[in-house]
Design a protein around this ligand. Structure first.
Ligand SMILES: NC(=O)c1ccc[n+]([C@@H]2O[C@H](COP(=O)([O-])OP(=O)(O)OC[C@H]3O[C@@H](n4cnc5c(N)ncnc54)[C@H](O)[C@@H]3O)[C@@H](O)[C@H]2O)c1
Length: 310
């Protein structure tokens, strides 16, 4: 590289000198030879991303607390059997895997997991910081855990995950980090302020990490799902909130199908609820060679909610 070039040309020259992936069919999905780590992979969107990555060639380590998280979490806890089911399905796809029971609030445990995975799998190329909890509660009725636990798991836990795993990527000068935010992280949410605030915070975290880690050839992007049918969303209180958002008075115990039918006409693609595997292909793309110049970005998969925000 010509070191006499003006400073602003140096970055371009460095990029031209570096080996680049030429265009080839499938480069937006092929993860052959990559090792991915996905948190919150026992079920829902995390499991769908883990399986989609395995289907596209990656070995995938599934991390989950697989048990109760906080008295303020509205969703029923995931189980050890669900985490095992994720790893069984990855193995059935012919990929290497292991399941690790860890709380993302515990950075020492995450660092130990990163060391273990690097020893066992040889490398860590892809990190998906997906684990989170949610609380539906008016701000002035919240007790301390309704605020603190949601922010601690979602925002501090996502930061812990990056801080524990990114050093392995820095050492190898390669990494793809994907964090999960939410449309609730792009606008206010009546009765879910702690969740909304945590998901806005994740966007600030991701963009800051993208600025710091770019020089190490690591991309950091936020994946933003619309409303997805998982245990995070499928219970009375959430179904009532989603119906109320459409202006309909919800019954005490709405059926998921009622909430879906109320919401569908308000969404461009007329889909009341996305499925987890509607979202997972975008994570594969962001982890692929085709996305090597995508960083600091927000990637929305919402069936049309995106059209209502700027
Ligand atoms: N479902 C939706 O509509 C929706 C919409 C936008 C964003 N999201 C985001 O997508 C991600 C996945 O959500 P989901 O709907 O699949 O939820 P889910 O409840 O089905 O799965 C979340 C998983 O994270 C795990 N987890 C929670 N706290 C943990 C902790 N402290 N340590 C380790 N694991 C922990 C849970 O055990 C669970 O397996 C979350 O970040 C969520 O905020 C979901």
């Amino acid at each position: 590289m010509d070191t006499n070039l003006p400073r602003e040309r140096m970055a371009d020259a460095a990029r031209e000198a570096a080996p680049r992936e030429a265009a080839r069919p499938g480069r937006g999905s092929d993860l052959t030879g990559r090792v991915a780590v996905v948190t919150g992979a026992a079920r829902g969107i995390g499991r769908a991303i883990a399986l989609e990555m395995a289907m596209n060639g990656a070995d995938v380590v599934a991390i989950d607390i697989a048990g109760p998280v906080s008295p303020s979490s509205d969703a029923e806890p995931a189980t050890a059997a669900e985490l095992e089911q994720t790893t069984l399905r990855i193995r059935a796809l012919g990929r290497r895997t292991c399941g690790i029971h860890t709380d993302i609030r515990d950075i020492a445990a995450l660092r130990a997991a990163a060391d273990h995975i690097e020893r066992a799998f040889g490398r860590i190329d892809i990190l998906v910081a997906n684990a989170a909890i949610q609380r539906w509660m008016p701000l002035l009725k919240m007790n301390d855990s309704d605020w603190l636990d949601i922010v601690d798991v979602n925002l501090n836990g996502t930061a812990n995950t990056i801080r524990a795993f990114a050093p392995k990527m820095v050492a190898r000068r390669y990494g793809r980090i994907i964090v999960l935010s939410s449309m609730q992280g792009k606008k206010g949410t009546k009765h879910a302020a702690s969740y909304s605030a945590s998901k806005w915070g994740i966007l600030g975290l991701a963009k800051s990490a993208a600025l710091e880690l770019g020089e190490h050839n690591i991309t950091v992007n936020a994946l933003i799902p619309g409303l997805v049918d998982t245990k995070l969303t499928r219970y009375d209180k959430r179904l009532r909130e989603s119906m109320a958002e459409t202006g309909r008075a919800p019954p005490d115990h709405p059926l998921p199908e009622q909430a879906w039918a109320a919401r569908a006409p308000t969404v461009a693609l007329e889909v009341g609820w996305l499925q987890p595997d509607d979202v997972s292909p975008a994570a594969v793309f962001l982890a692929s060679d085709a996305a090597s110049m995508v960083t600091g970005a927000e990637f929305e998969v919402t069936a049309g909610d995106s059209a209502k925000t700027i």
